[in-house]
Design a protein around this ligand. Structure first.
Ligand SMILES: C[S@@+](CC[C@H](N)C(=O)[O-])C[C@H]1O[C@@H](n2cnc3c(N)ncnc32)[C@H](O)[C@@H]1O
Length: 629
């Protein structure tokens, strides 16, 4: 369809049409970095029980660029992830000192689009995506997500209070920015069933009366003020009780919580909104103001009236929140209560400016998951999402390309597994330890160029890796059979794949065809074969020729590493322009690049800027059976 004929409302940007042809890499486990509790804390018998998944050992921590990592996860996890929380770099416009053509925003949007499309594929039909963002790209990201998820699947835009109007940011006139946002999308709104979540609120001080003898017949109820009851319980006079409640509010708070059944208020009922029976009792209670009246109801709790008003019980307002009964109200789209005072200490790792509160992620998981569900964060940072998911008994996958994958996430999660992390949501989740995770990196590209520039299978691939990689490329599930040498994977119960680097003769293929039989089919991926391979149950393809066109090979870096961008054009008449002798490489980047401070976080960049994954550990493929304790 030509651009003019396009009817839909859409956001356009430079490079929107460019789409990478990603290689579905395999993941290689590095068992020396995987970690598991020494023993099961929760018994096997309870594994899989709703609300009690037992110890979860097979969580995954992936080191590398998340675009290739997400592509790598597609084969196994499409449609399986219940909740995704991402907190990507906010694109604060700090990469260039001057930019006037929106190129940086365009690159950011392309990077996000490519990742969000795969993230959507990974979500289960009931799944939820949460994207944490500040106001720089909020508007653009919303339109982008509307395009990918469909506007009806945009559920909420939550405002998260991430700071207060103090410190240096409060000096200048104007508004102090204290908020971020969390965009919430359902994979499919019609199948979305969030959990009911309550937030703790301060005690409702209107509940100021107290029934002294709540267990007696209601007609004999003796009602005094809450302060009188508190004074009596504390053995104080009324004046001292008021002072104690002011100086040490904890005392009266716990008195109210412990006696919530007796703490009441009265409120005028909507006369026209209640039944005739209730109206009769309201009238009667007005005529006899000193008596209490009760309306018994079958499907609802009984109603009590006194002097024309309804008696409301504080106990009905209490909810179990984070392991404690507190006054609760339904969750709203303003999250101003989850910023931790102790954020810098959470998880025992320092991650200034990037780390999000564990309570925030807990709320996300409370809303959208149940124990045992898969949770994914492909911008893991210091590992908050994994730490919280672990404590809440959810399975998790995290991807991080920075060195802090090793320096922050591994030690943080080890402490969680050992039960040594007492911070964040540990108490609220009753977490005591257990479980584990496997550490993976991305395999190198399957194909590499030889010294003559021909594509060959990478020398880093052994037979198992090759079989697993070709299963992924051809859409087969990698499941090598212990008994049948030609069954490396399957696409259906009767369709198999066999990968070999051996040259196959016609006789070998004929034998293979016999073994496969009439009921099954086999895709044979081999380096070479001789003669015509026309067997009805075999499809024979040569590698690498048969896979050459499937994707881009040898490309490790899909991130925006500033070092990898073309040089900017010199400004007209500048010294740079006069010194410029070579032909210009770029027509789009007109900005002057800001020198990059050493600590500045990259925007989607690989850690060393080279894009190559370095690791000398001898790999185990993810399909290999790792040591599980
Ligand atoms: C704002 S931080 C996330 C902080 C995290 N929510 C926490 O609580 O610690 C964003 C993270 O995304 C990572 N990142 C950026 N581009 C990436 C990419 N292409 N692949 C993987 N991780 C990436 C950065 O290294 C950084 O650690």
């Amino acid at each position: 369809m030509s651009r003019q004929n396009k009817q839909k409302l859409e956001l356009t940007w430079i490079g929107k049409e460019d789409r990478p042809k990603l290689e579905p890499r395999i993941l290689l486990e590095d068992p020396s970095k995987s970690y598991h509790a020494a023993r099961r804390v929760k018994p096997d018998a309870q594994l899989g029980e709703p609300g009690y998944p037992g110890d979860l050992f097979d969580n995954r921590l992936i080191f590398g660029d998340n675009l290739l990592a997400l592509k790598a996860l597609e084969a196994e996890f499409t449609g399986k992830i219940k909740c995704i929380y991402i907190d990507p770099p906010f694109n604060t416009g700090e990469m260039f000192e001057h930019y006037d053509d929106g190129i940086e925003h365009s690159l950011w949007l392309t990077q996000m689009r490519d990742r969000l499309e795969i993230l959507r594929n990974l979500l289960s039909p009931e799944g939820t995506l949460f994207v944490h963002i500040d106001d720089n790209e909020l508007g653009y990201l919303t339109v982008l997500l509307d395009e990918i998820f469909g506007r009806p699947n945009r559920i909420y835009t939550v405002t998260f209070k991430q700071g207060s109007a103090t410190g240096h940011k409060a000096i200048n006139p104007g508004c102090v920015n204290t908020t971020n946002f969390v965009l919430i999308y359902a994979r499919s709104k019609s199948q979305w069933t969030p959990n009911r979540v309550f937030t703790a609120r301060e005690r409702d001080k209107r509940y100021g009366q107290f029934i002294v003898n709540i267990d007696d017949d209601y007609r004999d109820w003796n009602i005094i003020t809450l302060m009188q009851a508190f004074a009596k319980a504390a053995g104080l006079g009324l004046k001292d009780a008021r002072k104690a409640a002011k100086d040490d509010p904890e005392q009266i708070e716990s008195f109210v919580l412990n006696n919530a059944r007796s703490v009441i208020r009265t409120a005028r009922p909507s006369y026209s909104g209640v039944s005739q029976a209730a109206r009769d009792l309201i009238d009667e209670s007005k005529r006899r103001p000193d008596s209490t009246f009760k309306l018994e109801r079958n499907d609802h709790s009984d109603m009590y009236f006194k002097n024309g008003e309804r008696i409301l019980f504080y106990a009905d307002k209490l909810k179990m929140i984070d392991g404690q009964y507190v006054a609760g109200e339904p969750l709203t789209t303003l999250w101003d209560d989850v910023l931790s005072n102790n954020l810098h200490n959470e998880g025992g790792v320092a991650f200034p400016k990037g780390k999000k509160p564990e309570a925030l992620v807990k709320r996300v998981l409370d809303l959208a998951t149940s124990p045992g569900d898969w949770v994914l964060d492909s911008f893991a940072g210091s590992g908050t999402t994994g730490a919280v998911a672990h404590k809440m008994g959810r399975r998790w996958i995290m991807v991080e390309l920075g060195e802090h994958c090793d320096t922050h996430i591994i030690p943080r999660l080890k402490r969680v597994i050992d039960g040594g992390d007492k911070s964040g949501v540990t108490a609220a989740t009753d977490w005591t330890g257990g479980g584990g995770f496997r550490y993976y990196r991305l395999a190198p590209s399957l194909l590499e160029k030889d010294r003559w520039g021909n594509w060959i299978i990478s020398k880093e691939y052994n037979a198992e890796m090759l079989a697993e990689a070709l299963c992924k490329l051809e859409g087969f599930i990698y499941a090598p059979s212990d008994t049948t040498y030609w069954q490396h994977g399957h696409s259906t119960e009767r369709d198999f794949i066999y990968v070999t680097t051996q040259p196959l003769t016609r006789d070998m293929l004929a034998k293979l065809s016999d073994e496969v039989g009439d009921d099954c089919t086999l895709l044979v991926m081999c380096k070479s074969f001789k003669g015509k391979a026309n067997f009805p149950n075999l499809t024979v393809k040569k590698i690498p020729k048969a896979v050459m066109a499937k994707c881009e090979w040898g490309r490790d870096d899909y991130s925006l590493a500033i070092r990898n961008l073309p040089e900017p054009e010199p400004l007209p008449g500048s010294d740079d322009e006069q010194a410029e002798a070579k032909p210009k490489k770029s027509k789009v980047l007109r900005g002057k690049r800001k020198p990059k401070p050493k600590e500045e976080p990259n925007l989607f960049a690989t850690e060393d800027g080279s894009g190559s994954v370095k690791d000398t550990a001898k790999p185990n493929t993810s399909g290999a059976k790792g040591a599980r304790r």
